[in-house]
Write a protein that binds this ligand. Structure first.
Ligand code: COA
Length: 181
């Protein structure tokens, strides 16, 4: 039986991941969607956390991707680390069979194990609420996207053996690669 394998990406995955992203985010007005460049730029930035770039592999083929990278939450008390989720993508021919849910959950589980406490995402609540994401503006978190309301979401991860700090509140600051999208 073919099973879904969930694991952090390795260098050989870069081209297949770009293909999955390019097809999932394809738009008629651009040759290459900005999500492809975003991942490339994040890979070469300080925001990159190798265990949290999660690949879903099915039958030896990369079919899904969920990326968590570093952001900072600024408040009067200083800056605290958090994670941004995205891009998330599944190959067109394997969508709606659970791979997207599985690869996001694997990334969130890996983040919990590392002691991370907060994840933010901009996306459709119809997909993200299953993981426990809620409106981030109601959790005291702002960003350039907070005015959008429902799509600006956050998830507090459970305390773990390696981390039980209170989740931060404040202004979420995304590193420069995010200005591409
Ligand atoms: C969103 C995406 C990652 C979901 O992956 P998936 O493997 O199809 O998702 P799952 O099979 O685990 O879950 C399917 C459920 O997620 C929801 N869902 C799937 N795609 C969705 C989308 N584009 N928008 C909103 N909800 C979506 C639906 O509720 C669906 O349930 P249903 O089949 O009962 O209708 C995938 O559709 C994709 O790559 N889309 C294009 C890129 C994209 O939009 N990425 C997310 C950016 S926020």
């Amino acid at each position: 039986m073919t099973t879904l394998r969930l694991r952090p990406e390795d260098p050989a995955d870069e081209a297949p991941v770009a293909q999955v992203l390019a097809a999932a985010f394809a738009r008629p007005d651009v040759a290459t969607p900005p999500e492809v460049g975003l991942v490339d730029d994040l890979r070469h930035s300080e925001a990159w956390l190798p265990p949290l770039a999660m690949v879903a592999e099915y039958g030896g083929e990369v079919v899904g991707y969920a990326l968590l990278t570093r952001v900072q939450v600024r408040s009067d008390g200083g800056a605290a680390p958090a994670l941004a989720l995205g891009p998330v993508a599944v190959a067109k021919h394997r969508q709606r069979v659970g791979h997207g849910t599985a690869v996001v959950q694997a990334a969130l589980d890996a983040a919990t194990e590392l002691g991370e406490r907060l994840v933010v995402v901009l996306g459709d609540p119809a997909f993200y609420r299953r993981f426990g994401f809620e409106r981030a503006d109601r959790m005291g978190l702002t960003s350039p996207w907070s005015g959008l309301g429902e799509p600006w979401q956050a998830l507090v991860l459970p305390p773990s053996a390696s981390g039980d700090a209170p989740p931060p509140r404040g202004e979420v600051v995304f590193p420069p690669p995010w200005s591409k999208v």
